[in-house]
Write a protein that binds this ligand. Structure first.
Ligand SMILES: Nc1ncnc2c1ncn2[C@@H]1O[C@H](COP(=O)(O)OP(=O)(O)OP(=O)(O)O)[C@@H](O)[C@H]1O
Ligand SMILES: [Mg+2]
Length: 358
């Protein structure tokens, strides 16, 4: 009699788990995309990927400022140590046939043949590969804007894992993860999920069915726009979710950690501590995010309202090493005010009754 033990094929190995954790630390609220990237990486690690095809090909749909581009950078940061490892092609820049030469170079004999260095050469692709990681990351942004010539290139890459340059050299994409992004369907998604935003704001849980409908409408928009031969060659289509208040708050906290990190790096001998009240965070969230643009302007709000004033405080020596600074909302609820916390100091925000968040 043989013993039969049930196995768990959903568990991933340590390296894929480490990637997942790293992505979760960087990208908020887009778990499906994280799982898909980790799965493709797992198949790559075990060597079971389809030969002569890219390691994975993903189409990311969904609203602007929801993390589609960020997750690709985060994958490169996690695996290759830098976001610069992403070879990024803005499809809107290659609308005419002569612009395709910037990608693949022109045939020998053409004017400027020697001067053009194709943006998609093997050297560029392998630039950030190492002994440890033979993997590249290629991002085609805004593919709905690609010209027919670019589509044909893309189809060849997805299907055969190769690209033929202007001078007939071949570029091997079989060690590349291919990411494509598009805002297609975002308008329809927005129309469906807007009422839900109201529910989210009042703290009621979102409706999964609304989410599903929004996601389906984005997929349908993609199917209407793209040819079946393209859709059939993709490994995965992931619809990014519209970020709610909770996710935006977590992204703000990530940005604030970045500022702390930068402060520490640039002023290792003059580092001070700063904390924000809940109201101060609210100012940043309202200024840097909204339904239409997601988290797109959050960084800018943090730069303008927090980092710039802090730079001034440092330059004028109003704060120094070991100081503790409390950041609160100004009366107008659109700016921030800064207090140096000291035992004998002037009236501080905490004395004014604000709650300190971080
Ligand atoms: N889910 C997220 N997790 C963490 N940060 C995010 C997320 N979404 C957006 N951000 C922040 O907002 C910025 C803009 O997001 P990103 O460039 O990924 O948007 P996108 O979805 O690619 O939008 P678009 O369709 O306009 O290109 C990021 O650099 C990051 O700082
Ligand atoms: Mg983008």
């Amino acid at each position: 009699m043989s013993l039969r033990r049930m196995l768990d094929p959903t568990r991933t190995g340590t390296e894929a788990d480490v990637l997942k954790e790293s992505l979760h630390r960087r990208v908020i609220g887009q778990d499906e995309a994280i799982d898909e990237i980790a799965s493709a990486y797992q198949v790559f690690l075990t060597g079971l990927r389809t030969p002569a095809r890219p390691v994975g090909s993903f189409l990311f749909l969904g609203p602007t400022g929801s993390g589609k581009t960020r997750i690709v950078e985060a994958t490169a940061e996690s695996l290759a140590g830098t976001a610069s490892a992403v070879v990024k092609i803005d499809c809107a820049e290659f609308q005419h046939s002569h612009e395709i030469a910037k990608l693949i170079g022109s045939p020998p004999g053409y004017l400027g043949h020697r001067e053009t260095h194709p943006a998609l050469s093997q050297e560029v692709l392998n630039q950030y590969q190492s002994e440890r990681l033979r993997l590249s990351f290629v991002l085609f942004d805004e593919i709905e804007k690609a010209s027919d010539a670019l589509w044909n290139l893309l189809l060849g890459i997805l299907d055969k894992g190769t690209l033929t340059l202007g001078d007939n050299r071949k570029v091997d994409f079989s060690s590349a993860m291919i990411f494509m992004t598009s805002n297609l369907g975002a308008a329809e998604m927005s129309a469906i999920s807007s009422p839900r935003m109201g529910l989210l704001r009042t703290g009621l849980m979102g409706d999964n069915r609304v989410e599903e409908r929004a996601s389906n409408s984005a997929r349908e928009a993609a199917r209407r726009k793209f040819t079946p031969e393209f859709i059939n060659r993709l490994d995965k289509i992931v619809v990014f979710k519209r970020l709610g208040r909770v996710e935006l708050e977590r992204i703000l906290n990530l940005e604030l950690l970045n500022v702390r990190d930068r402060l520490f790096r640039s002023h290792p001998t003059n580092s001070f501590h700063f904390a924000l009240t809940d109201l101060a965070k609210d100012v940043l969230l309202r200024s840097g995010s909204d339904q239409r643009y997601g988290a797109r302007h959050l960084k800018r709000a943090v730069e303008n309202l927090l980092v710039q004033p802090i730079s001034n405080l440092l330059a004028t020596r109003q704060v120094q090493t070991g100081d503790s600074v409390l950041v609160d909302s100004a009366e107008d609820r659109e700016h921030l005010v800064f207090f140096k916390e000291s035992r004998t100091g002037t009236k501080s925000a905490s004395e004014r009754g604000s709650s300190v968040a971080a």
